[in-house]
Design a binder for this molecule. Structure first.
Ligand SMILES: *Cc1c(COP(=O)(O)O)cnc(C)c1O
Length: 375
């Protein structure tokens, strides 16, 4: 069976975990956590990066930093993972879902402005498959209405928009290092902060509402409880695993892009003959091969496709059930405007295996089976 995903492993992970243990530092903010933060800050040119226990938690931190209050409205696509909405629902926000663009599956930037009310506090663009949303337009709208832009860049680590790293364009950016993402620490993520003025508050929220970070830097004599907060600090053991991956980030990225490009080249003929649709990458975007998906005729054909591939030892998966049609989505959100593409396009989409270590022969087998299905 060719798995849909396997967690990335490059070689130094175990040694670094051993070092963390030897350093007698397995809780958070040790050398490996700091190393990961610094790597992200330097590589992506961002004021501050803080490793977190997940991307969901990084999003939760942004909801606190943006001071989201009950009744506030947050605009996002419905075609996304539940965490994008959950983080704001937990603060009592009402989620305003808007339609996606059928080409990139990203939020349709042209529909955002009409969904803004005097309760709107933030826009949350999700960079689906590591392909950027139209950030110029989104930032322009946010500036005009004085809104926060919180990038859900869970899938966008190492991708860029007009040369800028995803997650560094809005006020806050959130990365995921879950085992299904390009770079992993099992469970984990990062919060990226653009504006200097939010850094101290973010450090306090991450450390249970204490000024412990200041204490460790020698800026205060004792640390104490200064504000609300939680425990969003990952263990050094997880950070050690991630550090090994970040050191090999270019190698992982290249390997993934090779697989992505092979799929794209080999499946072109099926697209030309009108059988399927391949992903679209806008000119301003450099992507990170987070995902390879194809779009079929409809949900029925997708079901047949997934079953056929499974019979031929290939695991393929679909996602997402649009959030506005889920029970919690109905309870906590509304869909603004018409659902022209969200449901229709999500029902056609299927993801092919793509992970670091997937072999060329396996990709060829998958492509062969896809072509056979359409024959
Ligand atoms: C994976 C993912 C998340 C959640 O990431 P975790 O690190 O598992 O919390 C959030 N949003 C999107 C778009 C994702 O793909």
């Amino acid at each position: 069976m060719i798995n849909f995903n396997l967690p990335p492993f490059t070689g130094n992970e175990v040694e670094y975990i051993r070092q963390a243990i030897k350093n007698n530092k397995i809780c958070g903010d040790g050398e490996f956590t700091k190393g990961c933060n610094k790597w992200i800050e330097e590589r992506f040119d961002i004021q501050k990066a803080l490793l977190t226990t997940s991307c969901t938690h990084a999003l939760e931190m942004t909801a606190l930093l943006a001071d989201i209050q009950p009744g506030d409205e947050v605009i996002m696509p419905s075609f996304t993972f539940v965490s994008t909405a959950d983080a704001f629902v937990m603060r009592g926000a009402k989620i305003v879902f808007i339609d996606i663009r059928p080409d990139t599956m990203n939020i349709n930037e042209e529909l955002i402005e009409a969904a803004i009310t005097n309760k709107t506090k933030a826009i949350v663009p999700v960079h689906y498959a590591g392909v950027a949303c139209n950030m110029d337009k989104i930032m322009e709208i946010a500036q005009k209405y004085n809104l926060f832009v919180i990038e859900d860049a869970a899938q966008g680590v190492m991708s860029t928009y007009k040369g800028q790293a995803l997650g560094t364009i809005g006020h806050f950016g959130c990365y995921s290092f879950h085992e299904t993402k390009n770079y992993s620490m099992g469970e984990g993520g990062a919060l990226l902060i653009k504006d200097y003025k939010y850094i101290e508050k973010a450090e306090i929220i991450r450390e249970k509402g204490t000024d412990r970070s200041k204490f460790f830097r020698g800026q205060v004599d004792k640390y104490t409880w200064v504000d609300y907060g939680s425990s969003y600090l990952p263990s050094e053991l997880n950070a050690a695993y991630l550090y090994a991956q970040l050191e090999e980030a270019d190698k992982i990225n290249e390997a993934r892009l090779n697989i992505w490009n092979t799929y794209n080249k080999e499946l072109k003929e099926l697209e030309m003959s009108g059988m399927i649709q391949l992903p679209y990458i806008p000119e301003d975007c450099v992507h990170n091969a987070h995902m390879y998906y194809i779009k079929l005729k409809d949900i029925k054909q997708r079901q047949e496709f997934i079953a056929y591939m499974k019979e031929n030892d290939v695991q393929t998966v679909f996602h997402y059930i649009p959030l506005h049609s889920a029970p919690a989505g109905k309870k906590y959100g509304v869909f603004h405007g018409e659902d022209e593409y969200t449901t229709k396009e999500s029902e056609r989409l299927v993801r092919l295996p793509l992970y670091y270590g997937l072999q060329q022969e396996e990709v060829e087998h998958i492509v062969r089976m896809i072509k056979e299905f359409f024959r």
